[in-house]
Design a protein around this ligand. Sequence first.
Ligand code: PMP
Ligand code: GLN
Length: 383
Amino acid sequence: LVDADGSTRPTIFAEMSALATAHDAVNLGQGFPDEDGPSEVLDAAVEAIRSGANQYPPGRGTPDLRAAISEHRARFGSPALDPETEVLVTAGATEAIAAALLALVPPDGEVVTLSPFYDSYAAIIGLIGARHTTIPLRGADFQPEPADIDAAIGPSTTVVLLNNPHNPTGSVIAPELLERIAARAAAHGAVVVSDEVYEHLVFDGAPFTPIAAVPSARGRALSISSAAKTFRVTGWKIGWITGPAALIEAVVAVKQFLTYVNGAPFQPAVAVGLRLPDAYFTEASLVLQRRRDLLSAGLRDAGFAVSPSRGSYFVVADAAPLGVEDGAAFARELVRDAGVASIPLAAFAPGSSDPAIRSSLRFAFCRRDEAIEESVRRLSAYR
Ligand code: PMP
Ligand code: GLN
């Protein structure tokens, strides 16, 4: 978090977004949509402010939002939850991740994550002072391999922190590999925490398996999600974490001193979103899937080797066929000279010596068609 000279470092997302602005580039770096979410949800927040939902909400979240989270989980393939004891509303998934790790991991503990990983994971593990072990994702499909799972998760593992669907690679972990991870965690008494913020943004009709539906994870898994991605409201910072009552109680104990409570008028609005009909969730993923296809085809035409994106807001494109070795330098060159911002994949895998990670870039397709088309034009022209 702090460099050797004492200066603090901005996140790679902040850095690339600032560069995009400075160079008037199309920003396919930081993952935020450029379109508002559903009007029912936006209107409900305005209405909540006007009707006085402006003071501290209950510590675990409003009862109605907790009920909506529980109904929504049951509707989409997880076992039913007790909204009183098994659901906690948080300031985005970011706080849920931080509070869960702070609650469960002692300074001499160990957290296992996939690699590449979302940047906040390593930051929180570092703040705790715990050990960070990784399971590399391999192949064009970015899956964990059984031997790597068995090598990483062992007697010293406290928490296995998953992210599925996966940022930055767009992979969706195969159910049998999830089961293997959960079984290995169970054998060693570790808790599985699964960051599922992209749970509804899965493509090609493929099924998504939430950790709560994995047999070996029963009784030892915490599931995290957020309104940010599903309802295109990344600035609202309403997330939630669900799981066994004793684990949630431990997370509550931390959350009460991180933010205490959050987002009073957004909570009833997110409850409206979670109760939208199935068609909303299907349509949201279909729109993104079309944009994924548009961007993937454009990147391929521009000479990148493009990995399949099965979910999330992101696609990974390897610039090695363009003669690139250092993706971080190439990402900066593209912002400046081509007018397109991306994020170097290596930012999500610090210390990795994998040449394919070093030469790859992550592009976000949670943007209007015009923005994607313009960036494809710019990348083709640059080449
Ligand atoms: N986890 C992952 C994998 C993410 O991509 C993001 C970011 N957008 C978050 C957590 C943070 O979510 P929130 O904005 O709800 O804090
Ligand atoms: N989750 C978003 C991404 O991966 C950005 C969040 C942030 O800026 N910290 O692009």
